[in-house]
Structures are given as C-alpha cells and as structure tokens.
Design a binder for this molecule. Structure first.
Ligand SMILES: [Zn+2]
Length: 75
C-alpha cells in the first residue's frame, strides 16, 4: 500500500514537471518571436527587413553588405 502511494505521488510530480516544462517553452517561444520579427529600415535604400538579417555599420542598419559599405543615403 505504501509503495502505491509513492507511485501515485511520483506520477503527479512527473505530470506537474512536464506541464511546467511545456508552459515554460511556450512562454520562451512567445518572447523569442517578438525581437526576431521586429522590422528595421535600411539606412540606404529604406527597405524594411527583420533585425536578425540586418547589417549594422556605425549607428545605422542596412539590408546588405553593399548598402552598409555605401552608408546612409544623403537627402
Ligand atoms: Zn538597402
């Protein structure tokens, strides 16, 4: 009888841990998705692209290495 109670308690703890892990990973995905989806503007041509794909040069962000080399468009 004592072993059965221990078994049930272990099962409850296991289910609780699994549910907690699933919730934690879902929350992590939600927070991770926001910065990656953030759009930034190329300082040279003005195209919008995800921050993760942008090149930075100085204070500005660019869509490509070429535009990073050319720098911000004047005017
Ligand atoms: Zn560009």
């Amino acid at each position: 009888m004592g072993r059965l109670i221990v078994l049930v308690l272990l099962l409850i703890v296991a289910v609780w841990l699994i549910r907690r892990a699933l919730r934690a990973s879902a929350a992590r995905d939600a927070t991770k998705g926001a910065p990656a989806g953030e759009l930034v503007r190329c300082a040279h041509c003005g195209v919008h692209l995800p921050r993760a794909e942008a090149r930075s040069s100085g204070d500005a962000l660019y869509c490509s290495d070429e535009h990073a080399r050319l720098g911000p468009r004047q005017g």
